[in-house]
Design a protein around this ligand. Structure first.
Ligand SMILES: *Cc1c(COP(=O)(O)O)cnc(C)c1O
Length: 387
């Protein structure tokens, strides 16, 4: 399949993703906060290049707005998991380097060469297979070789195979360019770092003395922020820190030096007085013990809010108002201090007055990691870049 028909497929699929723009619920992404977080990582890591990990719809925050904000805010490249993410970025006119972090099919080698993607390769046999598809390629395929130092996901553990792969690339300049050498850490983000140090040692055993490509990249957010001096890297691939999410969830450093990038807001669409002794929402898990003012907010688990957020408070006029009863797919009910007008703003994530709600707060409440919550934000939520 050629590049064009791939893009057509994406366009057709994109057409079927419905974004709810006729509803007051939206996810705002702050350019300022993304720029701040990139600067924090840059200062800690002293890296030459920052690649923003925007895989899986930029951890749920939105592939295009986040990619644009990251490149505008100081990142030199983007890192995605699948070829299709890269195609969507090129379709949107982004010309910056794009690293595909997962393994691709050899049959896509030529497409990736045409698109100037940097692809991750874990074996010599893949290069041999891909060479057949690159016989008359208009541009060499940019290759980043992956070394498995202990994640046991992607990469070779064999120094001889790595050396042979580098030689294979260097002998075929019309087909390949040796662009990167990488590994990935399994636990750079916790206090007990024995395993991290074992991975660093293995990296040296596997790669010291071999020819180096233009990009050596071993650091994710945790390694870039906590272990910059210990890892030999000139590129960092950052996800969590870019999104203002502290990789250790506050166990290594307090979680306030990164800026919150998101604001999730809505409005009250209905306000009613519910008499004492009535149930609210499916299953009547919540019963009013007094007469209560209950407001309806048009966001539910269908938008990616976790159902465990029942009982969590949102902010209205700067005051916490608890979610009562089960979240429904498209709406949730909150307990109000009184008969507030319809259209009163509701802050689900972000600042209102002198209070603020973060994904870290939701993570503490639900026991689910902040990035596992953000990744659930559905296509239906409009994502807008602000600042
Ligand atoms: C997801 C991913 C990253 C980003 O990791 P964070 O911990 O979110 O910074 C970096 N490298 C690879 C290979 C990844 O898959």
């Amino acid at each position: 399949m050629n590049a064009l028909s791939h893009c057509d497929t994406i366009r057709k699929e994109a057409d079927t993703m419905v974004v709810a723009r006729h509803r007051p619920t939206r996810l705002l992404i702050s350019q300022k906060a993304i720029t701040h977080n990139i600067a924090v990582v840059q200062k800690a890591a002293q890296a030459r290049f920052i690649f923003a990990a925007v895989k899986d719809n930029a951890y749920g925050f939105g592939l295009l707005p986040v990619s644009q904000a990251a490149l505008h805010g100081g990142a030199q490249g983007l890192a995605v998991a699948v070829v299709d993410d890269g195609l969507a970025l090129r379709e949107a006119g982004i010309t910056a380097p794009i690293l595909i972090m997962s393994l691709i099919s050899a049959t896509d080698a030529r497409l990736c060469a045409e698109q100037h993607f940097i692809v991750t390769v874990a074996s010599l046999s893949w290069l041999q297979e891909a060479a057949a598809y690159l016989a008359d390629t208009p541009a060499p395929l940019l290759v980043s070789l992956a070394v498995d130092t202990g994640m046991a996901r992607i990469g070779t553990r064999d120094r001889a195979e790595l050396a042979a792969s580098i030689q294979y690339l260097q002998e075929r300049p019309a087909q390949f360019t040796y662009q990167g050498l990488m590994t990935h850490f399994a636990d750079s983000d916790i206090v007990a770092t024995d395993y991290f140090h074992r991975q660093v040692a293995r990296w040296h055993t596997l790669t010291d003395g071999l020819p180096e490509p233009p990009m050596v990249h071993v650091a994710n957010s945790g390694a870039a922020i906590y272990h910059a001096a210990e890892v030999p890297t000139d590129v960092v691939r950052i996800g969590t820190a870019l999104y203002g999410l502290e990789p250790s969830e506050g166990t290594v450093r307090p979680d306030d030096y990164l800026a919150q990038i998101e604001r999730l807001e809505s409005e009250l669409i209905m306000v009613k007085k519910v008499p004492a002794g009535e149930g609210v929402s499916y299953g009547h898990t919540y019963m009013t013990d007094t007469d209560q003012w209950i407001g309806t907010v048009p966001i539910g688990y269908g938008d990616g809010l976790n159902i465990k957020l029942r009982g969590f408070s949102v902010l209205i006029n700067g005051q916490p108002c608890p979610i009562v009863g089960k979240l429904t797919m498209d709406a949730m009910m909150v307990r109000l201090p009184g008969p507030l007008p319809v259209h009163t703003p509701v802050t689900i994530l972000g600042q209102d007055g002198d209070r603020r709600i973060t994904l870290a707060d939701m993570a503490k409440f639900t026991g689910i990691a902040a990035w596992d919550l953000s990744i659930q934000f559905s296509d239906r939520l409009p994502r807008l870049l602000t600042d």
